[in-house]
Design a protein around this ligand. Sequence first.
Ligand code: ZN
Length: 376
Amino acid sequence: MLNKKRLIENFLKLLSINSPSKNERQIADHLIKYLHSLGLEVNEDQAGESIGGNCGNLYFKIPATNPKFAPIAFFAHLDTVKATVGINAKITDNWIKTDGTTILGADDKAGLAIILELVHQLREQSVDHGGIEIIFTVAEESGLEGAKHFDIKMLEAKLGFVLDSGDNVGSFVVKAPAEYDTTIEVYGKSAHAGVEPEKGLNAIFLAAEGLVALPRGRIDEETTFNIGIISGGESTNIVPDFVRLQGELRSLNEQKADSWIKEIKSIFETKIQQLGGKSQLKYNKIYSSFDISQNKNFKKIISLAAQKIGVCPRGVSRGGGSDANILNEKGLPTTNLGLGMKEEHTYKEKIAINDLVKGGELVLAIVQSLAKLTDE
Ligand SMILES: [Zn+2]
């Protein structure tokens, strides 16, 4: 049985500490001190310096009680998507939420609090387990930067579990898309809009014509494309000669992503050329996709654990990226576990106490289920 009171207290304490991306020092120091008091040594890497933050990734290990069992790793991120200065988190009925003036930060402090409770449980109960490595990453929300700078060669874990999905407890992510930044630059010709507009070529109208020709939204069952920012022009009396369109493309299938980018580039550039202008599409891969749906270990362990605590195990495909994308890319098979946060990244963010507790029970049950996995 978990210590529900301690879990909630730790969660509320973590919520009270402001920790936006690259400013995780304070919450890290709190956690280091807390873990120290439990007799654990915590290491910090150099990620903070590399990315311009004030804190690195934290790493600590709970030694195996039975080295026969497979070593695993749990991950949660220290940062929140926005600052939470002045946060007023409260419990109303079964929900933990704020007064609506800040985000809650359950993404991902629910993950951190659950791991602290796991550490306590493993001290208080006798559980047969292999080595358990815990990593608290920085700057997840600003582009998975902490995970990108984390050296996984130092890990002995054979399986990774990120605690950071808003799906129901029992759900685990088996597929997630790759993401590409796309930037389209459109060049026209400037002129005085009232005196000699004939000499100009309006880049905003060019961009509009190009955009109309493009596919958008869910462009096939595995791929999405969006233009999210448009900028250009200086003054209403100048025919603008430049517009920039920024967007993103995501796909579960990287071959499809490649061919869609080529197609979008060709459609757009051809259209602009026909109209006498010039344009250029540039793209940049932010992270890779992953597909661990054929990995039997996750299915087996999470099914056993879910059964034990009475929730439904479900492998899901997800549209967002997480540290799991980077860890899989680096060679550690990793899933992302549902913790039941709702409306993350908004001021309505909330989490049910029952889900927080179930999430904690699931993680403990995963550690206990590893014994059965190794027996076979
Ligand atoms: Zn998160």
